[in-house]
Write a protein that binds this ligand. Structure first.
Ligand SMILES: [Zn+2]
Length: 193
């Protein structure tokens, strides 16, 4: 299975998979990490995973259900000799993980670039009080360069640092996207897994 993937590739795919669960509440992060470790390498039954981890199968299922909602795992109902009832065998779709991961990163990059092109390309004004809003040049002029909230003088905000931070972030995101695309192409080139 996945013969062309290195340990490093698997680590990247694992990180992307776990990042899809970041916003989820009620999931034990340790169970999530170990569950992903297992289904990253082979199809597995939830109860077997729970047995391996020494946790309640319900904790493992919570993780699997959420990943299923994200569309990156599929399951098969099976009959196994050891079990009186049908069991579910779970499979992580690595290509789908990469597709979803790329989608998220590309959207993030779009937002950062938009912020750089719009918000950061015009001067902004602020009074220095945290609770007060930031104003555009036109707005500041309208208020005769006094804060409409507290009445203090408005000063032009130096956005150099913020701009540099966003530029660095954009470069990081481009690098991650490049890496994920390369991995996706390599995975597709490999045929069925
Ligand atoms: Zn103010």
């Amino acid at each position: 299975m996945h013969s062309s993937l290195t340990e490093k590739d698997l680590k990247v795919i694992k990180e992307v998979t776990l990042s899809l669960l970041e916003e989820e509440e009620g999931i034990d992060p340790e169970v999530a990490e170990k569950t992903v470790d297992i289904i990253l390498k082979r199809e597995a039954i939830d109860e077997e995973i729970a047995g391996e981890l020494g946790v309640d199968p319900r904790e493992v299922r919570k993780v699997l259900y959420k990943l299923h909602e994200r569309g990156v795992v599929s399951f098969r109902k099976e009959r196994r000799e050891d079990y009186r009832y049908p069991v579910y065998s779970w499979n992580l779709d690595l290509r789908e993980v990469l597709r979803r991961g790329l989608e998220v990163k590309e959207r993030e990059l779009e937002d950062v670039e938009q912020a750089l092109n719009n918000d950061m390309s015009h001067p902004v004004f602020h009074c220095g009080n945290d609770e007060c809003p930031t104003l555009s040049f036109e707005e500041a002029m309208e208020h005769e360069f006094r804060c409409p909230n507290c009445g203090e003088m408005l000063q032009e905000v130096d956005t150099t640092e913020e701009r540099e931070r966003l530029e660095r972030l954009a470069e990081e995101l481009k690098e991650e996207i490049r890496r994920l695309r390369e991995l996706r192409d390599r995975l597709s080139g490999q045929g069925s897994d």
